[in-house]
Design a binder for this molecule. Structure first.
Ligand code: ADP
Length: 627
């Protein structure tokens, strides 16, 4: 989205985007199309009835026709106008029922893309920005994705009206048509330049709004509540919010000033162009070239003609703007994937518990990053092996997991599944090998059972119960009024229970068990637990991961004892490797860290009791507050 230039033709041009909307309507609700055409036809019909009403009645009066005929004509036009307006109003009131499903269909496509796109795409700033813009273009009834139907109806009605009035006016005096066309075009160009002020300043407006929303969210953020109080940040935040509000007020004032000028100019130009057209007609009437009823007809037609011309130009300029907004939606949906999905190979057979995953000569740097996290790293996860990964913050533990799971592809080298480069597989198939408890795990506003079964559509309640029981959360869930059907997430369900960080981790563990995948990833699964719960969970993991390959990241070295092999990452390479005992005997970094931690446990029981942490990686503090 580097260029803001309006494209008329080609991919994502005005025409292409209009076709896109029409295709969406055909897919979701074709009624939108005929309602749009009908809406345009009704407006033109009403306008014609209003145009001809007075002159026809006046003509009958001039010709002194009978009262019956006069009343009949008046009745015809009055009822006609009323009927058409009533139908128009009915359509307008009901148009949302057909338009909203089309817009929701588009939003559904966007969300599907965001939920299923390649992980590096989801993480990229370009995609994130595009998603925000596409969301703006599709949220709400007045967003371009819904408003565009009004624009289509407007353009159609203005084109029809223009053609009819043009035919009518060229019969009287082509000069009026020419003058009106030129005057209308000039007026439109001047006023659209000024009316475009808001559009030209939209970046500035977005910046002011973003800043305001950022600080407002900070004020509302529960996780900040403690810091705000302890450090007295409240007043400072208040001041910043006031500044943002003032900036918003100033911006609106500037905009109103610009628009006021546009309105005044528009009035002057309308006065000028109508004056010329009406003067001409008046002069023709005075010379006896036009009758009174004809004068009235063409007088009304001249002003109507101006409105159609303005309407066409205004309609297309609105369509251009809306088309630019629709580009965001279309570019998002068409965003190029970096992984293979459907076109990739599917995993041969059921790997069960017996797959080997190998990082072969892997070098990796994050997109846009200068330095590599890993250089020429080699690591093999054998079938059924329990591998522990330890290391200081920033050593590359999480990145290693991302590479193993196929969230990122190596910059050089390859990740191999049973000897085959994983880039050849359908990546979604590959993900099925894994079950994981990540640091920032996700719970959705659904039932407990659905969360455990990962919303797979066919929840096996018996298995859910078994897994929750094994994770040590059975008593808690069964004690809830609606048991396994209790809804989670207070933001959505007011009566949702509050779970502690530890309980949430157990729930995630139950989900992992339910998935029963050959490879289990445990990325600091006990970070939010107190020491007793932690040791209970380690015991459980020992049993739960039996027969499975597992990768276990922990900040607490003692917890990795049950693993078959421990690797210590340092500056993006495997610095030490072996069992817990071997590494202690080695007397290197692992042994040193273990000693420091053990000392801490012995000397700092109070601190430990409160925080449940004894290690060198303290990123998890906030999870306790997220419950
Ligand atoms: P650990 O899990 O051991 O704390 P990480 O794997 O999270 O370490 O990070 C390893 C290195 O990669 C760090 O230097 C970190 O700053 C960098 N890093 C992590 N995530 C990203 C990212 N999305 N983009 C760029 N650099 C990143």
């Amino acid at each position: 989205m580097k260029s803001d230039k309006i494209k008329i033709s080609g991919k994502y041009g005005v025409f292409d985007n209009s076709l896109f909307m029409i295709r969406q309507a055909m897919e979701t609700n074709p009624a939108v199309l005929w309602m749009t055409v009908l809406q345009a036809l009704l407006v033109v019909t009403a306008s014609l009835l209003e145009l001809y009403g007075a002159p026809v009645i006046l003509g009958r009066l001039e010709r002194r026709e009978s009262l019956g005929e006069l009343l009949g004509t008046i009745g015809f036009f009055s009822l006609g106008i009323m009927g058409v307006h009533a139908l128009s109003a009915y359509l307008e009131n009901n148009q949302m029922t057909v338009r909203v499903p089309v817009r929701l269909g588009i939003i559904g496509k966007m969300w599907k893309k965001v939920g299923t796109c390649s992980y590096p795409v989801r993480e990229s700033q370009d995609f994130i920005r595009l998603f925000a813009k596409a969301t703006d273009a599709s949220m709400g009834n007045s967003s371009p994705a819904e408003e565009i139907w009004n624009t289509f109806a407007g353009i159609l009605q203005n084109l029809l009206g223009f053609a009819i009035y043009l035919y009518l006016l060229t019969h009287v005096e082509p000069v009026i048509v020419t003058v009106t066309l030129i005057a209308a075009a000039a007026g439109f160009l001047v006023s659209s330049r000024i009316n475009g002020w808001g559009y030209r300043h939209r970046q500035e407006e977005a910046q002011i709004k973003n800043r305001f929303f950022y600080f407002r969210d900070k004020v509302r953020d529960r996780r900040l509540a403690k810091d705000v109080r302890i450090f007295g940040i409240g007043d400072w935040l208040g001041e910043l919010l006031d500044k943002c509000l003032k900036a918003q007020e100033d911006f609106h004032l500037r905009r109103e000033r610009a628009y006021l000028f546009a309105d005044l100019l528009d009035i002057a130009l309308t006065f000028l162009r109508n004056g010329i057209a009406y003067g001409w007609l008046l002069q023709m009437t005075l010379r006896g070239n036009l009758g009174v009823s004809e004068f009235l007809l063409y007088f009304t037609a001249a002003s109507g003609f101006t409105a159609w011309v303005g309407g066409i130009m205004g309609g297309f300029s609105k369509l251009h703007r809306q088309s630019m907004e629709l580009c965001h939606i279309r570019k998002l949906c068409d965003y190029e994937e970096v992984f293979r999905f459907r076109e990739g190979k599917s995993l041969a057979g059921d790997p069960g518990n017996g797959c080997t995953i190998e990082l072969r000569d892997v070098t990796f740097r994050y997109p846009g990053s200068e330095s590599s996290v890993f250089s020429h790293l080699n690591l093999t996860l054998h079938p059924g092996e329990k591998l522990a990964v330890v290391g200081a913050n920033g050593a590359g533990k999480t990145t290693l997991i991302k590479l193993l799971c196929g969230f990122y592809d190596p910059s050089e080298g390859a990740v191999l599944l049973d000897g085959v480069d994983i880039r050849e597989f359908n990546r979604r198939d590959y993900y099925r090998l894994f079950g994981a408890v990540f640091q920032d795990f996700s719970l959705l506003a659904g039932e407990v059972a659905e969360n455990v079964a990962s919303f797979d559509g066919k929840t096996d309640m018996e298995r859910v119960r078994e897994c929750v029981e094994k994770a040590g959360l059975g008593g808690k869930i069964e004690g809830l009024p609606q048991g396994y059907h209790t809804h989670l997430c207070k933001e959505v369900y007011e009566d949702a229970p509050e779970f502690s960080g530890g309980e949430l981790q157990r729930l995630m563990m139950a989900r992992l068990l339910y998935r029963d995948s050959p490879v289990m990833i445990l990325d600091e699964p006990t970070a939010a637990l107190d020491a007793l719960a932690e040791s209970d969970i380690y015991e459980k993991y020992r049993d739960l991961t039996k027969g499975k390959s597992s990768v276990f990241i922990s900040h607490r070295l003692a917890s990795t004892r049950f693993c078959d092999r421990i690797i210590l990452l340092e500056k993006g390479r495997i610095a030490e490797e072996g069992t817990h005992e071997e590494l202690l005997l080695l007397g290197g970094s692992y042994a040193r860290l273990f000693e420091i931690q053990s000392k801490y446990y012995v000397e700092g029981p109070e601190a430990e009791g409160k925080t449940g942490k004894g290690g060198f990686d303290h990123r998890k503090g906030e999870q306790e507050d997220e419950k």
